[in-house]
Every structure is written in structure tokens, then in C-alpha cells.
Design a protein around this ligand. Structure first.
Ligand code: PFF
Length: 449
């Protein structure tokens, strides 16, 4: 989409921004990081970070995006006289590049699961067999790499053609369908024997389970699920007309995102406890639990298929946004360069993603800092680069853009009060940067006695 182009409707923007936000983060990542990070206490912390840090940041990104009306790198240059700030945009572009290199691996796993359903592979297995089957699927280098390539191929095709408009329309149907299916799944999950242990695990906080690392993960997760700190929301807002109500858009996106994460947790953890599994299984968690839950439903495999298709769609709409900002930054919104750039970017992402893809197979024993490639890239992106980007954006918006400009921009299309503005400004100027720095320092062990 070029700079001059704009979203067709108010809903179009919300759907695209929500499409970027809702993806693997809420559905795949949230249950597994909550599972490793302490359950209820993690969830509570995630909510606090989302409201206190994520919401002001999301609004901040929207404001500078709409004000700048430019690509992610140039926006920062345009809004200050110091070109150095455009580094924030460059960091975001790099982060999205690395992010998609492992995101596409998981996207590939979904595609493989869809194909497997047609072979009847999931019918009537025991829980252990589901886990083993998944392990087998992701250990095969050739199929997983091909699936990752297919996921990237679909992404590139859509972004190169600039057919996001079609996607906006499709989202109108897909998102509600995903919600409905999730609700059905949660109902089934909650009626499993021993389900309440899972609900308790997710909703009742036990703060003794929190560690410095899980606090960092909760922080990273709240930015990850809202696509924050990488200027994606800046870029999407740059295609906005002035009449859009920004606070309202931010709140709807956050609410939807939290609902989906909560539903994902309520679908997974009752299953985990009912089947006597470990909640801290890591990235493989939902792939080994969900087929077993679906299998307990009448017509389970049909529902599972529908779920996987919607899940894939959610992952793709997030992937589009990552490629979109890389392409917008490289081409500086010049249409004639769009196609070629998109393809080159896609190929490079695939190449960089190969070691992550092989981390569950031939490279499983290759570890750096005690992590596989997949885990390392995921950690660096979600828990270092995104919070760092968020910190810089919070500083930029609250200290480099004049307060009058911010107020004027925020009030375009909305009727927020002066006190709303002051609270938002305070959170962004002081609370967000301090909280991010404290969490970082805590992980480095500075507050250990
Ligand atoms: N928010 C997406 C998800 O939760 O799956 C991930 C994401 C998309 C992060 C785009 C960052 C981004 F720029």
C-alpha cells in the first residue's frame, strides 16, 4: 500500500491492526510462556503490562504514525530535526525481519498439521502419541523447511500484490469465526475431567512462581501480542485519515487480543491438566494438546481443521504486517520497487530462518547460551529487541514530539479530555521507560541481594 493510499474504512484499519496483533502471539505463544512462567501470576502481570505500558505505547505509535504519514524510518526523521531518531525505525525493521524468520517456522507447522488432518493421522491417538507425532513432524528437515517456505510464499504473494484490501474484507468473517470456534473449544475443554486444575493454574496467581526471567517474558509478551516497539503500528497508522478515533481503536484491539489470549489459555490448560501433561512443555505445547482436545469432540477433526485454517489466517495477517514495514522502509513507499523488494526480502528471511527451522530436528543439540537457534532468536526478538524498541519509542514520543502536537493529534477524531491526555502522557513519559529499564536491570541481577 503506498503512502497516498488510505484504509477504505474505519473498520479496515482496526481489522488490519488487529490482524497484525492477533496471531501466534496470543494463540501459540501466550499459553506456552504462561505455562513456563508461572500460570496465574504471569497472566496477571501480562494484563498489567498490557494496560499500563502497552496501551499508552500503542496509542503513541498510532499518533506519530498518523502525524508522520510516512514510512517507518522516515516518520522519525520527519517529526524531529535530528535524523538519528530514524534508528528506531531501522531497529524495528531489523526486528521484524528476525521475527518473521522464526514466526514462519511455526506458520509452517500449522500448514503441516492441516495437511496431516487429511491423511487421518490424528484420528483416535492417545495423548502420548499426539506428542510423539508432532515431534516426528517437526523433526523432518525437508518437510518443515518446505512448509516454512510455503508460509513465506503466501505472505510475499499477498504483500507484493498489495491485496491487503482483500484481506481486510476476509478478516471480517475470519476473526468472528475464530472467536466462535475458540468458545466452542473452551467449553469442551472445561468439561474435561480435572479441567478446573487448569483453570486454577491460569487464573489464580501464585506469586512465588515468578522469577526475574518470567517478569521479562510477561513484558515481552505484552509487546509481542500488540506488535509494539517495531513501528508496525506507526506504519499502519500512517495510512489513516484524520477522522479515525485513535483511543477507541487502541482499546478495541487490546480487548480483542486479551480475549483471544484468555480463550487460548482456557482451551489449553484444562487439557494439559486433564491429560496429565506438563504446562511448561514450551513451544510445542499447543500442538500436542489441541489435537487431543479436539479428538474428544463430536466431529472433532472437522473442527480442528477449521481451527487450523483460522489459526493460519491469523498468523498470516501478522506476517503481512512484518513484511509490510520492511518493504515500506526499503522502498520508501515507491510502488515500482514494491514487487521486487518483497520477493528479495522473503528469500532472505527464509535463508536466515533455516537454522531456527532445523532447531527441532538436525540442529536440536546445537546450543548457544544454552538455547537452540529457535529459542535464541525468539528470546532476542521478544525479550530484548521489542522492549528496547518500545523504550525508545516511548522516549521519542513523550520527549521529542511537542506536547501540543500530541494533544492535537490525539483529539483528531476523538473527544478525549485533558485529564485522559495527562494520564496517557505521564504513563508514556515516566512509567513505561522506567518499568522497562527496571525489568531489564532485574534480569541482569541488579536487584538481587
Ligand atoms: N502480534 C503478533 C502476534 O501476536 O502473533 C506478532 C507480531 C506481528 C509482532 C508483527 C510484531 C510485529 F511487528
Amino acid at each position: 500500500m503506498s503512502q497516498q493510499e488510505q484504509w477504505k474504512s474505519k473498520l479496515g484499519f482496526i481489522l488490519a491492526a488487529a490482524g497484525s496483533a492477533i496471531g501466534l502471539g496470543a494463540i501459540w505463544k501466550f499459553p506456552y510462556v504462561a505455562g513456563t512462567g508461572g500460570g496465574g501470576a504471569f497472566f496477571l502481570l501480562f494484563l498489567v503490562f498490557t494496560f499500563v505500558l502497552g496501551m499508552p505505547l500503542l496509542l503513541g505509535e498510532f499518533i506519530i504514525g498518523r502525524r508522520g504519514q510516512s514510512d517507518p524510518v522516515n516518520t522519525y526523521r520527519k517529526l524531529t530535526d535530528n535524523p538519528k531518531w530514524s534508528l528506531i525505525g531501522k531497529l524495528g525493521v531489523f526486528t521484524c525481519f528476525m521475527l518473521l524468520s522464526f514466526y514462519s517456522v511455526v506458520g509452517g507447522w500449522i500448514i503441516l498439521y492441516i495437511l496431516k488432518i487429511f491423511t487421518g493421522a490424528f484420528n483416535g491417538l492417545t495423548q502420548d502419541q499426539y506428542g510423539a507425532l508432532f515431534g516426528e513432524i517437526i523433526a523432518n528437515p525437508l518437510t518443515t523447511l518446505t512448509a516454512q517456505l510455503v508460509f513465506l510464499f503466501i505472505t510475499i504473494l499477498v504483500v507484493a500484490k498489495g491485496v491487503q484490501k482483500g484481506i481486510e474484507v476476509a478478516s471480517k468473517v475470519m476473526m468472528p469465526a475464530l472467536l466462535i470456534l475458540f468458545i466452542g473449544l473452551v467449553i469442551r475443554s472445561l468439561s474435561l475431567e480435572g479441567a478446573m486444575d487448569g483453570v486454577e493454574f491460569l487464573l489464580v496467581p501464585d506469586f512465588s512462581k515468578l522469577t526475574s526471567e518470567s517478569i521479562l517474558f510477561a513484558l515481552g509478551q505484552s509487546f509481542f501480542t500488540l506488535s509494539l516497539g517495531v513501528s508496525v503500528m506507526v506504519t499502519y497508522a500512517s495510512y489513516l485519515p484524520k477522522k479515525q478515533n485513535l483511543p477507541q481503536s487502541a482499546i478495541s484491539i487490546i480487548a480483542l487480543n486479551i480475549v483471544i489470549a484468555l480463550l487460548a489459555g482456557l482451551a489449553i490448560f484444562p487439557g494439559v491438566f486433564s491429560f496429565d501433561l506438563e504446562p511448561n512443555a514450551g513451544p510445542v505445547l499447543i500442538f500436542s494438546v489441541l489435537p487431543a482436545v479436539f479428538n474428544q469432540m463430536p466431529f472433532g477433526m472437522y473442527f480442528f481443521l477449521a481451527f487450523l485454517i483460522l489459526f493460519l489466517f491469523a498468523a498470516l495477517t501478522s506476517a503481512f504486517s512484518m513484511v509490510e514495514i520492511i518493504v515500506a522502509a526499503v522502498t520508501k513507499n515507491k510502488q515500482e520497487k514494491r514487487k521486487k523488494t518483497t520477493w528479495i526480502v522473503g528469500i532472505l528471511i527464509f535463508v536466515v530462518g533455516i537454522p531456527s527451522c532445523l532447531s527441532y530436528g538436525v540442529l536440536a543439540d546445537v546450543k548457544l547460551f544454552d538455547k537452540t537457534f529457535f529459542d535464541l532468536v525468539d528470546f532476542a526478538v521478544s525479550n530484548v529487541l521489542m522492549p528496547l524498541g518500545a523504550l525508545l519509542i516511548a522516549i521519542f514520543v513523550s520527549r521529542k514530539v511537542s506536547k501540543d502536537v500530541l494533544y492535537e493529534e490525539l483529539r483528531q477524531g476523538s473527544r478525549i479530555s485533558q485529564s485522559f491526555f495527562s494520564i496517557w502522557y505521564f504513563l508514556l513519559k515516566y512509567v513505561t521507560p522506567i518499568a522497562i529499564i527496571v525489568v531489564f536491570l532485574d534480569v541482569l541481577g541488579l536487584f538481587k541481594w
